[in-house]
Design a protein around this ligand. Structure first.
Ligand SMILES: [Zn+2]
Length: 284
């Protein structure tokens, strides 16, 4: 089934008297949402004991929790020691994902640094074997690791690069961040056709299962010629992209992704809006 949910908690969640993320699954369920993303972007700031409680709350409320791994992961870092640390961050993220009873872990593949894009990407590709070996050895081969399409031109993670990375193993599924894709390509996502091209490409390259079970991030994002500047809310009318044409294509292709709202400060409200748009647009 298709799922909608927020990345983290909006101010409204706290204004209504909620104190911690342990209460987020109940809030989501009460508002018709069935997904929730917990971000360890800057640090691992939760005990495993709390994480298990969150997992129980999620299960009780029919909410599937995903994890966002730390932002400082970089599979293209020339230093092998730094790469080993990146593996560690992914394994730790997966250990929390098990506590949460979820199955999708998002991560940013890395950046070009001082090198050409080609050199950096080839290094990231060449390290996939080691990363996967560590994942399987740790017993996490039943989870999904979801490299994300990125929004800045110096970051690795074009649609094509993410698809190439995901060819390595069955446990790799793309995170398509359509705000990022729109930002880094200077606003090319406008019509249903623009979205269809990307989803058809993923379907043809990676097959039906991965296309049907995509992880999706959606938010409007301000950008310049270098790509992403900052996340906006769905109220923005300048930068886009719009969700309606994507909703049409998701229905048309019968895809059932988890869609996470990363709107600035209003991720909970906007996750509900995305769900309402999806239910309202044409199709079955
Ligand atoms: Zn991300």
């Amino acid at each position: 089934m298709i799922r909608f949910g927020p990345s983290g908690n909006s101010q409204i969640f706290y204004d209504e008297g909620n104190k911690s993320s342990l209460e987020a699954p109940k809030w989501c369920a009460e508002h018709g949402l069935t997904a929730y993303e917990y971000s360890f972007g800057r640090m691992f700031n939760m005990s495993h004991e709390s994480a298990k409680k969150l997992g129980e709350e999620a299960e009780k409320n029919g909410v599937l929790v995903s994890v966002h791994a730390p932002y400082y992961i970089n599979l293209a870092n020339p230093s092998d020691e730094a790469f080993q640390k990146s593996i560690g961050y992914i394994l730790t993220s997966l250990s929390y994902l098990v506590d949460f009873k979820g199955n999708q872990c998002v991560f940013h593949p890395g950046s070009c640094g001082q090198e050409t894009r080609n050199v950096a990407f080839e290094r990231a590709l060449s390290r996939m074997d080691k990363l996967l070996e560590a994942v399987y050895l740790a017993g996490y081969g039943n989870l999904y690791i979801c490299p994300e399409t990125m929004g800045k031109s110096q970051q690795l993670g074009s649609v094509k690069e993410i698809v190439e990375l995901c060819k390595f193993d069955k446990c790799l599924i793309p995170t398509l961040d359509f705000g990022h894709i729109n930002a880094v390509t200077g606003g090319t996502l406008k019509t249903a056709d623009d979205y269809r091209k990307i989803l058809d490409y993923v379907y043809n390259e990676l097959g039906e299962f991965k296309a049907k079970n995509l992880h999706i991030h959606f938010s409007k994002i301000e950008y310049t010629s270098k790509g992403e500047v900052k996340h906006l809310t769905l109220d923005d009318t300048v930068y886009g992209p719009e969700f309606e044409p994507l909703a049409v294509v998701l229905k048309e292709m019968a895809l059932e992704p988890t869609i996470i709202s990363e709107s600035k400060e209003k991720m909970m409200e906007d996750a509900i809006k995305l769900k309402n748009i999806y239910e309202f647009v044409g199709g079955k």
